[in-house]
Design a protein around this ligand. Structure first.
Ligand code: NOJ
Length: 772
């Protein structure tokens, strides 16, 4: 008999969603993708920076002793309760009394305390519950979506986001966050591309490490810290057709070179929990994947944390067709290395029978429980299980948090076009703010809004009016972004009658036009097959253009969009992503020139959806794209080999020049490293930021290597006329890669190095790697 599970429990029905620690300033010196070779950090890093790796306190021996003592007292029932993770909607007082291991999505501090009191005082062994939440880009003070933060190319932005997110979460009694999400993705159709750092493993690694260190601090037992859960393990970002939860088939080299590095960076930074993914990888579902969970994460990487399943992922093993019954699914998950089961209760309910029939072993169950208890001890839960509800509210949305969210949103914005220098606008002129996202606090905070709906959200019109008093407003059209079952896209900006919007624009001197996606268009279970602006928003842009007024299109969205129909029409395009609670102020800062935009795209924007997947770090082909010829790798109906906007691209109100690439040596032997330096100068315009980027390419290798891969970046701020030298230290391991047998190799030969301000960087130098 086969079981089939159906999921009426929609994981996104509700927004399930200290001690400060310095993050190394230069991203060129943070954990590298090559760190998967074994080193925690690039060997060139200073000792001080290595020392920043969060210490796992209290002292590990003490923790291990306490875990062993407790474990030895636990009954089988108590162990099976400990591996159970329930949602806020499921958990009862009886679960707490029975010793349930974890609860997620519960955010009321009184109720958290109530359950904790029951667990600590009424369960036989008094083991505290670990309370978790999806604090993805803020708890109450919502920061830009992670894809936006990645666009800042500034790990400080990720650091601040998670430092504040941890503080606000911990204040209500949460002690674990389901973040960072580090799923590298080449799939703009996939709505969850909004939740990680885009298409590059190095950028994802840097951002992941910054988030983990900030949320956990040196000791996540501190009252403003939480343990992080890196997710979704693994390769969840590459679902076929971009359809969420869909299957993934992946070569060993791709898995290890592209998808695993950010997980390694996160665990090296101290992430003590991880979440296995919904999808199957080469036919084996993430939460039943022994190779990934046990062989790689736990053994190869020597990781002693615990893995929770994603929502009902254990039950979904039935739908995947790898398990024949709930008991079978529970056994598969536990045996593969899943330590904690979210929502479904197959391990707990069938555990005794599985033990009796030897389908699971007590040794493995003990190991899972040990891992969970270890994290609870490290989190200080046994010593300080309760939260003070009276203080919970006082920690929310503090002025420093709001200021940081505003700054982060500004740093995340990417200026895509600025023909005729329409931007910055003059705030003393009469400004019209138009568009379905102009007076819209709900959508501007994006998917995974945490408790952000309870925040004071500064809308675009409010932010613009604060700097350009008397700004006028017209909605243009509505963008409901319906949820299922309707998903009625025809309701998105359905009208083409823009009479009012045109009149408001015509009566102003300049226009800020806010279009894009609603928050429901992106995020979980929000895959799209078309990447254009939903509805008639392009027509709205044309209507505003017809007034002849200077205008800027401000995009709010959670994924790359196809902007072919916008590019030729709008003189200025500012990519704002979903900027968070301070959206209005942050956009106003940029369009009026208080903030000079300096973000860069963390993901390619295709010209048409048919180009997908299109990404800068692709492998070469035998017939590289050439649009002047026929028999090569191109689309006959696209007159370019490139996406609309490439990875690493972004403009500024200033012009920068990157020049004079030089290397400290011409060959690197075993154990060696090399320094690459470039000069960057602000040649015209106001004070501003440039992101200097360094790429590597191995032109001849045993398996074909990406045409480029990012290996360093640094965002620098320069006064008018100022120049600086940026130096990157590159280790020998950075020139290596994983082959298809899972072996990391550094092969002798030539390596090309490119430097510039996008993935199209043109400065080039080559050097030799010698020896094995
Ligand atoms: C499902 C999502 O895939 C995951 O990211 C999230 O952490 C869990 N639900 C819990 O809300």
């Amino acid at each position: 008999m086969r079981f089939h599970v159906s999921f009426t429990l929609n994981p996104i029905v509700t927004p399930l969603g200290g001690t400060d620690i310095a993050i190394p300033r230069s991203a060129s010196r943070v954990a590298t993708s090559a760190a998967v070779a074994g080193a925690v950090y690039a060997a060139g890093e200073s000792k001080d920076e290595v020392a920043l790796k969060p210490a796992r306190t209290p002292a590990s021996q003490d923790v291990e002793r306490r875990v062993s003592t407790l474990l030895s007292k636990m009954t089988t029932e108590e162990k099976l309760q400990q591996v159970q993770l329930l949602s806020d909607g499921q958990v009862t007082d009886a679960d707490a009394k029975n010793g349930v291991g974890g609860v997620f999505s519960l955010v009321n501090p009184q109720r958290i305390n109530e359950l904790q009191h029951i667990a600590v005082e009424q369960s036989r062994l008094g083991i505290p519950i670990l309370f978790a939440y999806d604090t993805i880009h803020g708890y109450r003070t919502i920061f830009p979506i992670p894809l936006g933060t990645a666009a800042s190319f500034d790990p400080d932005v990720a650091e601040t986001d998670h430092r504040i997110g941890a503080r606000e979460s911990a204040a209500v009694g949460l002690k674990q966050i389901y973040s960072p999400m580090v799923d590298v993705s080449h799939e703009p159709r996939w709505g969850r591309i909004s939740e990680a750092a885009g298409e590059d493993p190095y950028l994802n690694s840097v951002m992941a490490a910054a988030r983990v260190k900030a949320a956990q601090g040196r000791n996540y037992a501190a009252k403003d810290k939480v343990v992080t859960s890196v997710k979704h393990y693994a390769a969840y970002g590459q679902p076929e057709a971009g359809r969420d939860y869909n299957t993934t088939d992946m070569s060993e080299q791709r898995l290890r070179n592209l998808y695993l590095p950010p997980f390694k960076a996160a665990v090296d930074a101290g992430a003590d929990t991880a979440m296995c993914s919904f999808n199957a990888i080469n036919g084996v579902p993430g939460c039943a994947n022994k190779r990934l969970e046990t062989d790689i994460l736990k053994r190869e990487w020597h990781w002693d944390g615990f893995i929770e399943s994603d929502y009902t992922a254990v039950a979904e093993l039935l739908n995947h067709g790898t398990a024949a019954s709930p008991a079978d699914a529970g056994a598969q998950a536990l045996n593969a290395g899943t330590d904690s089961e979210m929502v479904s209760t197959f391990i707990r309910d069938n555990g005794k029978q599985l033990l009796a029939s030897r389908k699971i072993s007590m040794k493995r169950l003990d190991d899972a429980v040990r891992r969970i208890l270890r994290v609870k001890f490290r989190a200080g839960l046994f010593d300080h299980p309760y939260v003070d509800p009276a203080k919970a509210e006082a920690a929310q949305e503090l002025p420093d948090a709001r200021a940081a969210a505003r700054k982060a949103a500004g740093r995340a914005m990417v200026l895509l076009e600025n023909d005729g220098k329409v931007l910055p606008l003059d705030p003393s002129k009469k400004t019209a703010v138009i568009g379905p996202l102009a007076d819209n606090g709900k959508d501007q905070i994006g998917p995974w809004w945490g408790r952000g709906d309870d925040s004071k959200k500064v809308t675009l019109i409010e932010g613009i009016r604060a700097q350009s008093p008397g700004a006028t407003y017209a909605e243009g059209c509505k963008l409901p972004g319906n949820e299922p079952p309707q998903y009625d896209e025809s309701e998105d900006c359905p009208s083409t009658d823009f009479t009012e919007a045109k009149a408001v624009a015509a009566a102003a001197d300049q226009v800020v036009l806010a279009v894009g996606e609603s928050r429901a268009h992106s995020g979980e279970a929000a895959s799209r097959s078309v990447l254009d602006l939903p509805g008639n928003q392009e027509k709205l842009i044309e209507a505003i253009k017809s007034t002849g007024k200077p205008f800027v299109v401000v995009l709010f969205n959670g994924r790359p969009l196809t902007l072919d129909g916008v590019k030729g029409v709008a003189p200025s395009i500012l990519e704002a992503w979903f900027p968070g609670v301070e959206a209005g102020n942050a956009v106003a800062d940029v369009v009026f020139g208080k903030v000079n935009p300096g973000g860069k795209l963390p993901v390619s924007f295709p010209r048409r959806v048919g180009q997908v997947p299109i990404y800068y770090n692709h492998e070469p082909t035998g017939r590289p794209c050439d649009v002047t010829q026929k028999y090569n790798s191109r689309h006959r109906d696209i007159k370019s080999c490139d996406p609309e906007y490439v990875f690493g691209y972004g403009l500024s109100y200033s012009q920068f020049e990157v020049s004079n690439l030089r290397l400290s040596r011409t060959s690197v032997g075993p154990g060696g490293s090399l320094r690459a330096s470039v000069d960057v100068k602000n040649v015209s315009g106001p004070k501003g930021d440039e992101v200097v980027q360094l790429y590597l390419h191995d032109p001849v290798a045993s398996i074909s290597q990406p045409v480029r891969r990012l290996r360093g970046f640094e965002r620098v701020t320069l006064d008018p006329g100022q120049s600086r030298t940026v130096t990157f230290t590159i280790e020998r391991s950075d020139f290596g890669f994983y082959d298809n047998s899972g072996r990391f190799v550094v092969e002798p030969g030539v390596i090309d190095l490119y430097a510039g301000n996008s993935s199209k960087a043109t400065l080039k130098k080559s050097f030799n790697v010698t020896g094995r």
